[in-house]
Design a protein around this ligand. Structure first.
Ligand code: BG6
Length: 513
């Protein structure tokens, strides 16, 4: 009997068993812990994916008791878990493994008491000295926390100690430009080896993003067409209908290029364009991804506006409701020129892709939320069948990352009837209806993989640096040239006119989403 395919990325992880361990979350009173991390841990517990010997400790400045922390986390999980309602019996046993440790990030006494506390938990839960430290804090705290962890004997060196391990998970942004990213790396590697560092880009934990490799490399029909002979161009879109909301302060420092393009968008690009890896080991996959990033043609500084478009949303309407412009959002300067929209045209100068444009866009306050990759194939010669209009004839393979996760292929078909015309039709696969269950949240997969010691779905240092190397000149150029047309798109529209012009000059257009 034919065996069903297994996701090869899961196959990598499934050969391993999760070691006992304690997860310590620095910044445990923050948004990420309540919205993502605790719901992910609860769902991993529900599915029996946590190690059988496990504990989780929240570390943050505020003083609070374990009971108070557990009750807050119950509220958070009840609100944000992908599976509801919460199983109270399961929560009761799960929450017995959940603790809170108050302390300032620079307070030596807090780390000393943390060490003793973790040793006690080892004795109680059989967690054997293994630790995951999750740094859910602004990067400016990384050096302080890692130095204190090191000074208080909380980090083990994998080259010297073999019967227990320490891993650290860091959240993006991995620096704010090339220079700061190098500094961050040097701070982290003072205390950790690269193999101990897990840089989270939560896009890599998304089921549909993992499936990109399966679609490409488990289907010979696609891979053999995946090159400049057959592909006309590729469009990658990360569109959100939300504005910056309560994150105005963060956005004022970050902007769209740092927030999404440098990480999520570049990860999608590298997965779509990479060569087949020699095997499915973490480094083999990441070696191929980094080659793509390093092959992207540098954006010429003197022609930056030709290749990169920035925008900022003004007031407008989303789903019929009036919404504010970016500069009216909380904690945003009225004269801010921070970008909430980026579109760019990139070229990958290697044998597979030379001459194929990659159009990328990432934006807030678009008419709808949609993340997808659209691969446009070259048109068939018109010698036999010509349509009246040349627009939208080409075959397009669309991989919808979210929402409405799925894959569709547009092709031309005869409309039934005598002398009837040709019309594009769509073959559509939808995860939801086909598999009938919601995929796990990205953070579930990523926490599980880190505990298993599998770094395939985490960004490696050289990937992060290659991406900064490409984009830092754009940031520098923008710093020197203030835009005069901001806001240049209304909320609820598809972005500035200049972004349309980016494709129109090549006789192409953005896909209608
Ligand atoms: C985060 C960005 O990394 O990704 C946010 O900081 C963005 O600005 C979010 O909204 C989008 O994630 P998702 O999973 O909803 O696509």
């Amino acid at each position: 009997m034919t065996q069903p395919f297994v996701n090869p990325l899961e196959e990598v992880a499934s050969g391993k068993t999760a070691d006992p361990c304690i997860l310590v979350i620095f910044g445990a009173t923050g948004d990420l812990t309540s919205r993502k991390l605790l719901p992910a841990l609860y769902n991993l517990a529900r599915e029996g994916q946590l190690p059988s010997h496990f504990a989780c400790v929240g570390f943050a400045r505020r003083e609070k008791s374990n009971d108070q922390f557990r009750s807050e986390m119950l509220d958070a999980v009840s609100q944000h878990s992908r599976v509801k309602p919460i199983d109270q019996a399961l929560w009761s046993s799960f929450s017995e493994q959940l603790f809170y440790h108050g302390g300032a990030f620079d307070d030596d006494a807090a780390y000393e008491s943390l060490r003793l506390f973790l040793d006690d938990l080892d004795a109680k839960f059989g967690t054997k000295g293994n630790r995951v430290f999750y740094l859910s804090v602004p990067p400016s705290y990384f050096p302080t926390i890692t130095t204190k962890l090191g000074a208080h004997g909380l980090i083990v060196d994998p080259e010297k100690v073999h019967d227990r391990w320490t891993r650290v998970i860091v959240e993006k942004p991995f620096g704010h430009d090339l220079q700061s990213s190098l500094q961050l790396q040097s701070d982290l590697t003072t205390h950790f080896k690269e193999e101990q560092i897990y840089r989270i880009d939560h896009y890599l934990g998304k089921e549909t993003v993992q499936n990109l490799l399966v679609i490409r490399f488990a289907n010979s029909i696609f891979e053999s067409l995946w090159n400049n002979k057959h592909i006309d161009h590729v469009q990658i879109t990360v569109a959100e209908d939300q504005g910056v909301g309560t994150r105005g302060k963060f956005y004022e420092e970050a902007g769209m290029l740092r927030d999404i393009v440098q990480n999520h968008l570049m990860q999608l690009l590298s997965l779509v364009a990479m060569e087949p890896p020699v095997n499915l080991k973490a480094d083999s996959i990441r070696d191929e991804k980094v080659k793509v990033l390093e092959s992207i043609r540098p954006i010429p500084i003197d022609e930056m506006e030709k290749y990169v478009v920035r925008g900022q949303y003004g007031p407008g309407f989303i789903n019929g409701e009036a919404v504010k412009g970016y500069t009216q959002e909380e904690s945003v300067a009225v004269s801010s020129v921070v970008e909430t929209y980026v579109a760019m045209q990139l070229f990958i100068d290697n044998w597979r892709w030379v001459g194929v444009p990659f159009y990328l866009r990432a934006a807030k306050r678009m008419p709808k939320r949609a993340t997808e990759i659209a691969v446009y194939f070259k048109e068939a010669p018109g010698v036999l069948f010509k349509r009246a209009s040349k627009k939208d004839d080409a075959n397009v393979l669309v991989m919808r990352i979210q929402p409405d996760e799925g894959v569709s292929l547009r092709m031309n078909s005869k409309v039934p009837g005598i002398n009837s015309p040709i019309q594009p039709v769509k073959m559509d696969f939808r995860y939801g209806s086909y598999f009938g269950s919601a995929p796990p949240e990205a953070y579930e997969r990523l926490l599980c993989d880190c505990i298993l010691g599998d770094s395939t779905l985490f960004a490696r240092e050289d990937e992060v640096l290659a991406s900064w190397r490409l984009l830092t000149p754009v940031l520098e150029h923008w710093q020197q040239t203030r835009p005069h047309d901001f806001p240049n798109y209304a909320s609820g529209t598809w972005g500035p006119d200049a972004a349309d012009a980016l494709l129109e000059r090549d006789d192409r257009h953005w896909r209608f989403l």
